[in-house]
Design a protein around this ligand. Structure first.
Ligand SMILES: Cc1cc2nc3c(=O)[nH]c(=O)nc-3n(C[C@H](O)[C@H](O)[C@H](O)COP(=O)(O)OP(=O)(O)OC[C@H]3O[C@@H](n4cnc5c(N)ncnc54)[C@H](O)[C@@H]3O)c2cc1C
Length: 474
């Protein structure tokens, strides 16, 4: 069975044994038990941990320095099924639950965020919209190439004039010759160069604003043809490449440097009607749903960075001696790291809970935004503390803490900035509090207060309702 692939035993080299000995068992080992995890999650976690120690950690620094895309590891991860973890087996995926996907991203990010974002962007942004909103024919046509890791996928929403406010999409799709001609461009697109299959948003009716946005699947050949030939993955000539779809120059970034981020341009790019994803006008709503789920992946990625940085700092502080004792013995250092460890556990619960809700078909958008907000800001905070508690060593590239600090920052921006997460959470709060008076009938609504007889819980919520003012009333 496909999902058994990750259980394939890894050869344990002396180098891996040495690295395992260096990494403190807590927290990088991950939870030995967790209410949301079962034995299959733990087995997958162990498999990814061993792989990351063997193949990701040793190359992370060099890939960061050279901003080189990790093609060999992409092929290896694809072979293990990790580029299609939550994708149904009938479309070439592992058919595992969302928490399994979270575990893979988190485990990779403990050692290298660029590997983790490669898996995350490909899975939840590139593949998920086709599985969720595509026709049966589109799923069969595109998803197996992606889920098996034969080619990489991406998601094109952001534009120069449409960032946080992505409803301002200017890219146009005009019905023409039984299909659509697309003109415009997207910026900061993960895998725009290395990838081949993209889901993108374009306006089919600008007069309708967000309700005039439609999604399409577009294909273009990879820019890394030599690597594709060398590794045997990354290019499938049978895909319906669209002339006029091109990738721009690779962005020179602060972090996630081994991840491929570029402009994706459409110049008279004509696609067949059967490459429209979903109905006309549904594109914006569908992409917002895609981002809700994607945020759980970014939360997992952040959680991984935070744990990697903490492990690095704890390991260093235990060995580094000043004033005749390990710096770990200084309360400032130990309490600082202990507090971060507690916050990491809190972020883990938020993240796993959001994945658990999604898996059960429950509403999860608010929880996903909360998990992403908390975990991404915590990743930056933890990496910054790690650099600080490691002193000059933390500031050098000899240790991964400085890279983790640079990588963490991207988690506060991609898939909606922290400010946008607060907007999402705020909208939910306004909705929730508005629901209180309605629950309790017209009298409560008219008096804008909750009658005493309805009990303390409802009364307690009343001041908060007032605070929300017009937003809650609207
Ligand atoms: C490494 C990387 C990879 C990315 N990959 C992709 C990808 O694959 N696909 C894709 O489509 N996009 C991608 N993005 C784009 C990313 O989603 C956007 O950068 C992000 O949504 C912010 O948009 P912006 O950069 O235009 O910032 P802006 O929207 O210009 O925001 C600037 C500042 O204003 C704040 N702000 C904006 N509106 C509000 C508001 N209403 N209230 C309070 N503050 C506000 C923002 O929080 C931010 O601090 C990527 C970005 C990066 C850095």
């Amino acid at each position: 069975m496909a999902f058994m692939r990750f259980l394939r035993p890894l050869r344990v080299s002396p180098e891996l044994k040495r690295r395992r000995a260096l990494v403190p068992p807590f927290p990088c080992a991950g939870p030995a038990m967790h209410p949301f995890m079962d034995s299959s999650h733990l087995a997958l976690q162990a498999a990814v941990r061993d792989y990351a120690l063997e193949s990701v950690a040793p190359v992370a620094r060099e890939l960061d320095e050279t901003a080189r895309f990790p093609w060999d590891n992409v092929r290896a991860m694809g072979e293990r099924g990790w580029l299609g973890v939550p994708v149904p087996e009938e479309f070439g995926g592992m058919g595992l639950d969302y928490l399994s996907y979270v575990v893979v991203v988190e485990e990779l990010a403990k050692h290298d965020a660029s590997h983790a974002i490669t898996v995350a962007a490909h899975t939840t942004l590139g593949i998920a919209p086709i599985v969720a909103f595509g026709s049966e024919e589109q799923r069969r046509r595109f998803v197996p190439f992606l889920a098996s890791g034969q080619v990489l996928g991406g998601f094109g929403l952001t534009e120069p004039e449409a960032g946080s406010d992505s409803s301002g999409t200017r890219t146009r799709a005009v019905a023409e010759n039984g299909g659509y001609r697309i003109d415009g461009g997207k910026i900061f697109i993960t895998h725009a160069g290395v990838g081949e299959i993209f889901v993108v948003a374009a306006s089919t009716d600008p007069s309708k604003g967000a309700r005039g946005i439609t999604n399409f699947v577009v294909c273009k050949p990879t820019t890394a043809m030599e690597e594709a030939r060398r590794t045997g993955v990354g290019h499938r000539p049978e895909l319906p490449y669209t002339p006029g779809v091109t990738a721009g120059k690779k962005e020179d970034k602060l972090g996630w440097r081994a991840s491929d981020t570029r402009e994706l341009r459409f110049d008279g790019a004509w696609v067949r009607e059967d490459q429209r994803l979903g109905e006309e006008g549904q594109g914006f709503a569908n992409f917002m749903r895609t981002l809700d789920a994607g945020r759980i992946g970014i939360a997992a990625l952040s959680l991984g960075i935070a744990q990697g940085a903490l492990a690095c700092a704890v390991g260093y502080a235990a060995r580094r001696r000043q004033f005749g004792r390990p710096v770990w013995d200084f309360q400032e250092v130990q309490f600082g790291l202990a507090g971060l460890a507690a916050e990491i556990e809190a972020a883990r619960h938020l993240t796993y809970h959001a994945a658990w809700l999604k898996e059960r078909g429950a509403a999860f958008a608010k929880e996903a935004a909360m998990a992403k907000l908390v975990a991404s800001e915590l990743a930056t905070k933890t990496a910054r503390a790690a650099v600080q508690f490691m002193g000059g060593a933390g500031y050098t590239a000899d240790y991964p803490a400085e890279r983790m600090l640079r990588d963490a920052k991207a988690c506060e921006i991609g898939e909606g900035t922290s400010e946008i997460q607060k907007m999402v959470i705020g909208r939910h709060l306004a909705e929730e509090f508005k629901a209180v008076p309605e629950e309790f009938g017209t009298a409560a609504r008219e008096r804008k207060s909750v009658p005493r007889e309805l009990g303390t819980a409802a009364r307690e919520r009343e001041p908060a309702l007032r605070e929300f003012g017009t937003a809650a009333e609207a």
